[in-house]
Design a protein around this ligand. Structure first.
Ligand SMILES: Cc1ncc(COP(=O)(O)O)c(C=O)c1O
Length: 404
C-alpha cells in the first residue's frame, strides 16, 4: 500500500476538529438580526459546545455577553479576554463564595436565580457579600426543570425588594419543545410567562429592577428561529451559533456548520467474500471489496452506537472519503473506524485520503440521528485528544494553529 502525497507529514495523527470562526461570526450575526434588537447572548457552556471556550470567545469580539451553565466553567479563562463584556451564569451560584470568587477573578457576571435555596442564601448573607450582585429570576413555565413556580414569583420579588444591594434584572424561562413548534406546551409556556410578567408589572415590581425595567429572556436557538416574536429583551442561542441544530432549519436561515471533524485513511485492506472485519467479526463481506481504516474512534468522541445499530430503516451510516459517501462496516473501535471503499477493481482510495466524519458536507445532526442522540451530544463529546484547529472562511489567509 502506498501512502498518498496528501498524508499529513510531521503533524502526527491526522484527526482534527477544524473550527471555522468565519462561520461562527456569520451565524452570530444572523441570529442577532433575528432577535430584532434583543441582546443576543452567545451560549458557550461545555467548552463552547466542544468548539473550545477560549477560541469561541476570541472569535466573537462583537458579542457583548456570553453564557455558561456554572461559574466553574470560567476557571481556566483569562478575564482580560472578556474585558467590558459580561457572562450570564445559567444555573446561578451554588454557594455565596462563588460570586465573591468570580468577582476576584475579574469577571463581570449576571446570575440566574432559580430556587428558594438561592434566594435564602442571598437573604442570609452579609450585605457586603451580596453588594452589586446582578440577578435574573427564572420561572418554571412548564418544563419542570429549573425555576420558581409561577405562583411564588410575586413573593420572590417582594423578598428581593428588601435586599437593597442585589440588582434585579428581569425574568427568564426556558422552552421545553422549541424544536417542535406545533407542540402545545410552547403556547402554554408563552402564556404562563406573559401572565407572570403582567402580574409583576401590575404590582409595580418593575420599579425594583435595574433602570426601572423588568427585562424578559425566553428563547434558545430553536425558539429564536421558530418564534422570534418572543425575543423580548434577551435571547440565548447556543447550538444554532455552531450551525448544528437541524440541517434543514439551518439551510432556511443561512446558518452553516462551524466544526468539521476530519481525518484520513491510515490503511486500505482487501477483503474477500466471507471475510470478517473488526471486533467480534460482526461484519461479513458478501463480495470482494476494499475496506478503509479511518483514524478516528469512540476514544475521540465518534459515537460507537452508529456502527452497532441494528435497525435497517433510514440511511446507512457513512463518512465521506475524498468527498464520497462510504458506509461504515464492522464495529467502531477506540481509535479506528472501518468503511466500505467499494469493489476491489474500482478502488482508487489510498492511505492518506481525506475523511470527513461530520461537518461542512455531512451534517452532525444526521450522524447524531444514526446514533439515536443529538448533535449537542456529539459536539460536546469530542475528546481532549482531538486537536482543535481554528480557521476563518471569511479570511482564508488565517488558517490557524492547532490548539489542544
Ligand atoms: C437556560 C438555557 N438557555 C439557553 C440554552 C441554549 O440552548 P440551545 O443550545 O438549544 O440554543 C440552554 C441550553 O441548554 C439553556 O439551558
Amino acid at each position: 500500500m502506498t501512502r498518498s502525497s496528501k498524508t499529513h507529514h510531521g503533524s502526527g495523527r491526522p484527526l482534527e476538529a477544524v473550527i471555522d470562526v468565519g462561520a461562527l461570526k456569520r451565524n452570530f450575526s444572523l441570529l442577532n438580526e433575528r432577535g430584532q434588537g434583543a441582546n443576543c447572548v452567545a451560549v458557550v457552556k461545555s467548552d463552547g459546545y466542544g468548539h473550545g471556550l477560549q477560541g469561541v470567545i476570541e472569535a466573537l469580539p462583537e458579542v457583548g455577553q456570553f453564557a455558561v451553565a456554572t461559574a466553574n466553567e470560567l476557571d481556566r479563562l483569562d478575564s482580560e479576554l472578556l474585558s467590558g463584556r459580561s457572562i450570564l451564569i445559567l444555573e446561578g451560584f451554588f454557594d455565596l463564595y462563588e460570586p465573591e470568587r468570580i468577582r476576584q477573578l475579574g469577571f463581570c457576571v449576571e446570575w440566574v436565580i432559580h430556587s428558594h435555596w438561592q434566594l435564602e442564601l442571598l437573604e442570609s448573607s452579609p450585605m457586603q457579600s451580596t453588594a452589586g450582585i446582578r440577578v435574573w429570576i427564572k420561572i418554571n413555565t412548564g418544563m419542570n426543570r429549573l425555576g420558581f413556580p409561577p405562583t411564588d414569583v410575586p413573593q420572590v420579588f417582594r423578598r428581593l425588594a428588601q435586599l437593597s444591594t442585589v440588582i434585579v434584572l428581569g425574568i427568564a424561562s426556558h422552552l421545553a419543545c422549541a424544536d417542535t413548534p406545533e407542540a402545545g406546551l410552547n403556547q402554554q409556556q408563552f402564556d404562563c410567562f406573559a401572565k407572570c410578567h403582567a402580574i409583576l408589572v401590575n404590582s409595580g415590581y418593575d420599579n425594583i429592577c435595574e433602570a426601572g425595567r423588568l427585562r424578559r429572556s425566553l428563547l434558545n436557538s430553536a425558539g429564536l428561529l421558530q418564534f422570534p416574536q418572543y425575543a423580548f429583551d434577551q435571547v440565548r442561542p447556543g447550538i444554532a451559533l455552531y450551525g448544528a441544530l437541524d440541517s434543514t432549519l439551518h439551510q432556511t436561515h443561512g446558518l452553516s456548520p462551524v466544526m468539521t471533524l476530519q481525518t484520513r485513511l491510515v490503511a486500505v485492506q482487501q477483503v474477500w467474500a466471507g471475510d470478517r472485519v473488526g471486533y467480534g467479526g460482526d461484519y461479513v463481506a458478501t463480495e470482494d471489496h476494499c475496506v478503509g481504516i479511518v483514524a478516528a474512534g469512540y476514544g475521540d468522541g465518534y459515537p460507537r452506537q452508529v456502527s452497532t445499530r441494528t435497525e435497517s430503516a433510514g440511511t446507512e451510516p457513512y463518512v465521506l472519503v475524498k468527498g464520497q459517501p462510504c458506509r461504515l462496516v464492522g464495529r467502531c473501535s477506540m481509535d479506528m473506524l472501518t468503511v466500505d471503499l467499494g469493489p476491489t477493481a474500482d478502488c482508487d482510495y489510498r492511505a492518506g485520503d481525506s475523511v470527513e466524519l461530520w461537518g461542512k458536507h455531512l451534517p452532525v445532526d444526521l450522524v447524531a440521528g444514526w446514533a439515536s442522540t443529538i448533535s449537542y451530544h456529539l459536539l460536546t463529546g469530542v475528546t481532549r485528544r482531538v486537536p482543535r484547529r481554528y480557521i476563518d472562511s471569511l479570511n482564508p489567509v488565517n488558517q490557524g494553529a492547532k490548539n489542544c
